[in-house]
Design a protein around this ligand. Structure first.
Ligand code: UVW
Length: 361
């Protein structure tokens, strides 16, 4: 029988050793529940220099469609006022006598194009949650596709909101209400502030291809004397986003291969993540783990760490963060921890969110 509290209807069986129900039958925050007042105090205790680091790339930075063929740079457009472009616009038109000039714009954003959080609704699985012998499409804590995780408005009709929808969005014909329970807005409500611990894989592996399993990670933790405790947010510096910037946004398709990257197929690494109690994991590469998993077999996930973290344990994943400046400062000062503040957009129904994380040291 599952140890977690079982909701009446959504699931009877949960994935083996998952956290479903452990934070309540209707939980949507997962391990972020471990980041409470004590973690904020622990984070604040890491502030010594009063220096802040912005951990995001520019929103239009990552390498075109190389990193994700369905994701495009943001489109920023002026809004329309009575059919006319509302940019460098004389306020006197609407308010006679006014001397102001006004600009107003809208943006169409692929939420996971650049520095981002994956919501728990980003990756689900076909899993027999109600135990009737037939798998359903479910997400963390048994939240169901179709009823709980419904996606952006229009998704069922026409695929994800496309650039063609821009006028409709501008005129308010597409609205998003009715937030699904596993979207990113709940995380925004939490605030995502606590202690982060940075593991500097780049300092040890440089720009060599390296699959980081448990053994490699444990060696780096040991050499750098890094301790990871329950409730910490784990930051993994690999040098990937610096490669991205050095290539002027045109990375080679195999650019992840030039850096250390987690080997999601290593069962000992997955056990370490489970046992460590980390609240979230953010990396400066595009999938945290090697994607697609080179050792994936038919019938198995191609994103085994996404499955473990987002689906089984409720660990949010951050991707394409800019960690190189923070890593350099921490190495120079012989530290590995900081206060991290990283709320996503409070955007109901989104399954990922751009984020501008701030580290304070
Ligand atoms: C996919 O969407 C495949 O992965 P990621 O979470 O790395 O963007």
């Amino acid at each position: 029988a599952p140890a977690g509290r079982m909701p009446e209807s959504r699931w009877r069986t949960r994935p083996d050793r998952s956290t479903w129900g452990d934070f309540g039958p209707d939980d949507v925050l997962g391990r972020m529940n471990l980041v409470g007042p004590e973690q904020v105090r622990r984070g604040l205790a890491e502030v010594h220099d009063g220096i802040t680091f912005c951990l995001s790339l520019a929103l239009d930075q990552p390498g075109g469609t190389v990193l994700g063929p369905n994701r495009f740079p943001p489109v920023v457009r002026p809004t329309l006022r009575s059919g006319a472009v509302n940019f460098n616009c004389d306020m006197g038109v609407a308010h006679p006598g006014a001397t102001d000039v006004v600009n107003d714009d809208l943006v169409v954003l692929h939420t996971q194009y650049s520095t981002q959080w994956d919501a728990l609704g980003h990756i689900g699985a076909r899993f027999d949650a109600d135990g009737d012998g037939t798998p359903e499409t479910v997400y963390y804590n048994g939240w169901r596709a179709g009823t709980d995780v419904t996606g952006p408005v229009g998704a069922a009709r026409a695929g994800a909101a496309s650039l063609a929808d821009i006028e409709g969005i501008a005129q308010g014909t597409a609205s998003s209400s009715d937030a699904g329970p596993v979207d990113i807005s709940h995380l925004a409500g939490h605030g995502v502030q606590g202690r982060a611990v940075l593991v500097d894989l780049e300092a040890h592996y440089g720009t060599t291809r390296a699959a980081i399993g448990y053994e490699e990670l444990a060696a780096v933790l040991d050499i750098d004397r890094v301790t990871v405790e329950a409730g910490d947010i784990l930051l993994l510096h690999t040098g990937f986003t610096r490669n991205l910037i050095d290539s002027n946004g045109r990375p080679r398709p195999d650019a992840t291969g030039d850096c250390a990257v987690l080997d999601g197929s290593d069962p000992r690494l997955r056990e370490w993540i489970r046992d460590s109690g980390v609240a979230a994991i953010a990396a400066d590469n595009h999938a945290v783990e090697a994607f697609p998993d080179p050792k994936a077999e038919p019938g198995r996930p191609v994103l085994p760490l996404h499955r473990l973290c987002l689906f089984e344990l409720g660990i949010h994943l951050g991707e394409l963060w800019w960690l190189s400046d923070l890593a350099r400062h921490l190495r120079r000062t012989g530290r590995s921890r900081c206060l991290l503040t990283a709320p996503p957009l409070r955007l109901p129904r989104a399954t990922g969110s751009p984020v501008t994380p701030i580290a304070t040291v």
